[in-house]
Write a protein that binds this ligand. Structure first.
Ligand code: UDP
Length: 255
């Protein structure tokens, strides 16, 4: 359940993750209402790989557990919830969320800070967004390649920018560590981590066609593009997820 003064959002427990039952449009509405209400918080987009990573990484699990909003970024999560008679209305992907949030931010005058990816990539994304959403206030644009010595300065720059929404795209769990470590000094009302979304939104990496997303095979599409790096990761996390969710389904049937 989302924390704060907003009307409570129903949530669904799926293995070790708690997901808010929100559509993309409802998520954007909720973020906007929270900002207007002066509530601080952050959002996590969790897919199967991240959910499994959380099981091994206590710090990441704790960070996600404390999020104001958690959305399910993967069709297999939606199906699994449905099979367990727990309703999640739709997948909310980081790429779509950033796009829709920028549209809303432009309308409502919220400044957005983009932090992550390589300089050329984030600059290109900033150009694209500025063209697509005239009036969008980009409070800051910075790459995500910096060492521990520079991190504090990056956080200070975000705080000084007056941004209302901080979007961090530095991969998991790098982005979560940054948000967690500097949360008290960032000053932004709202932050979210969106993994490799900037690369996709800037056109550097292709997004899986809609049909592939809908049949829950986006991971396979990404794997084909980067088999060496992602092969072992997806094999391990998908197998583990399938095993755990099957076990839960069997237990639910027996009840
Ligand atoms: N990235 C970043 N800083 C880093 C490492 C990665 O900003 O120190 C960016 C990278 O450019 C990409 C995104 O984080 O846009 C996700 O990176 P990657 O695909 O390597 O993350 P993973 O899929 O392993 O979470």
């Amino acid at each position: 359940m989302s924390v704060g003064t907003q009307a409570p959002v129903p949530s669904v427990q799926l293995l070790n993750g708690r997901f808010d039952a929100l559509t993309l449009a409802e998520t954007v509405d909720l973020v906007s209402r929270r900002i207007h209400a002066g509530e601080r918080g952050y959002l996590c987009t969790v897919n199967v790989a991240i959910l499994m990573m959380m099981r091994q990484d206590e710090r990441l699990q704790r960070f996600v557990d404390r999020a104001a909003i958690v959305v399910a970024d993967g069709q297999p999560l939606i199906w699994s919830a449905r099979m367990l008679s727990r309703h999640l209305p739709e997948r909310v992907a980081g790429v779509d969320l950033v796009d829709r949030l920028c549209a809303r931010a432009a309308r409502e005058g919220f400044g957005v800070y983009l932090l992550g990816a390589h300089r050329t990539v984030v600059d290109k994304l900033a150009d694209r967004l500025a063209q697509k959403y005239p009036g969008l206030i980009l409070s800051g644009v910075a790459d995500g390649y910096f060492g521990p010595a520079e991190a504090e300065g990056r956080a200070r720059a975000v705080a000084a920018s007056g941004a209302k929404i901080l979007v961090v795209a530095m991969g998991v769990p790098r982005q979560e560590h940054f948000i967690e470590e500097y949360w008290d000094r960032l000053s932004v009302p709202f932050a979210l981590g969106v993994g490799g979304s900037f690369d996709v939104m800037a056109g550097l990496r292709a997004r899986a066609p809609e049909i592939i997303q809908r049949v829950g095979m986006e991971w396979f599409f990404r794997f084909v593009q980067e088999p060496r790096r992602l092969g072992r990761r997806y094999l391990a996390t998908n197998t583990e997820f399938l095993y755990l969710i099957s076990r839960e389904l069997l237990a639910a049937r027996r009840r």
